[in-house]
Design a protein around this ligand. Structure first.
Ligand code: PLP
Length: 334
């Protein structure tokens, strides 16, 4: 199958499996899993942060960020379509009594800082206490402009907020800009990163931040049932991913660009591909896509149904796969 639904669908390569088999193990709840300890040090170092904690998912690392930055009755400002707001089952509200203040993303995936300013609540007992601003990079595959991130950092300091990045795909953003990931991450107080997206590991995310924050996050992770034992097998895959699968993300970006170009040559197809795009192509359809999705499935191509199609390139998608998919689109739409 050619699976374009997400970059989460990748399966570990033989080399990655090898690194999982070979991982030295211990009880991580006792802090004794050497492979997890190595991964936590490695990712904190790569992102220029003091410390890191390994967790089962990006949903959990984002939740750990909310729970450590905010107290009951505090508020975080976040994108209306951000994962941290829309796609995490309301965890911050349910488990932290933290109020979200969602705002629309701009077309480039940023939050307009003038709008954010208007939504920071004054220190008045009528209001929740605005504590945190969350950004997402990449968001809908878009790498946020570095200028914007630098301005946002100054804004955060001026307004004495905390600053969290949902960097599930931070390495896609860094590769796109041709910078090291810490150029982006060091602007934030905390960063959540996924090993299970474009980096190709089967499971795992990390929250990076100050030593104090990560210490507190360990208590919350335990409370959430996220204390894993000999999970170094998973960390082994993540270390392999960090050592081998970052630079190659540019291939996914090139493939997405080739894909968008090929599709845009099909008359009547509304293809969205921004210069800041990394590994996603969006196609807006006039009507429901279920007929088309079934047509593609018969041809061995998996697409997530919906009126707006999101097509994601990743390390299990080759340029030949893309050519096959473009031809299938042509068969259906021409
Ligand atoms: C995938 C993703 C996450 C985390 O998702 P999990 O499936 O919980 O690991 C967080 N933020 C963004 C933007 C994502 O795409």
């Amino acid at each position: 199958m050619i699976d374009l639904r997400s970059d989460t669908v990748t399966k570990p390569s033989n080399e990655m499996l090898e690194s999982m088999f070979k991982a030295e193990l211990g009880d991580d709840v006792y802090g004794e899993d050497p492979t997890i300890n190595q991964l936590e040090e490695m990712i904190a170092d790569m992102l220029g942060m003091e410390a890191a904690i390994f967790a089962s998912s990006g949903t959990q690392t984002n939740l750990l960020a909310l729970l450590t930055h905010c107290r009951r009755g505090d508020e975080y400002i976040v994108g209306q379509l951000a994962h941290t707001y829309k796609y995490e089952a309301g965890g911050g509200a349910v488990l932290g009594s933290i109020q979200p203040q969602p705002l629309d993303f701009e077309k480039d995936g940023t939050l307009d800082l003038n709008k954010v300013l208007r939504f920071i609540k004054p220190d008045d007992f009528h209001f929740a206490n605005t504590q945190l601003l969350c950004l997402e990079n990449t968001t809908a595959g878009l790498a946020l402009p570095m200028d914007y991130l630098n301005q946002a950092k100054i804004f955060i300091e001026d307004n004495k907020l905390k600053f969290h990045l949902d960097g599930a795909r931070i390495f896609n953003a860094a590769v796109k800009h041709g910078v090291k990931a810490d150029t982006i991450s060091s602007l934030f107080d905390s960063v959540s990163v996924c090993f299970s997206k474009g980096l190709g590991a089967p499971v795992g995310s990390a929250l990076c931040g100050s030593k104090e924050q990560i210490k507190e996050a360990r208590r919350w992770r335990k409370m959430l049932g996220g204390g894993m034992r000999q999970a170094g097998m998973l960390a082994g895959a993540c270390i392999y991913a960090l050592e081998n699968n970052i630079d190659r993300l540019s291939q996914d970006h090139d493939n997405a660009q080739f894909f968008a170009k090929g599709l845009s040559e099909i008359q009547g197809l509304n293809v969205e591909y921004d210069p800041a795009q990394t590994n996603m192509v969006f196609v807006k359809l006039e009507e429901d896509s279920s007929d088309f999705v079934n047509f593609m499935k018969d041809k061995g191509i998996l697409i997530y149904p919906g009126k707006d199609l999101r097509l994601v390139t990743h390390l299990d998608i080759s340029i030949d796969n893309i050519k096959t998919v473009i031809n299938a689109f042509k068969k259906y739409f021409i």
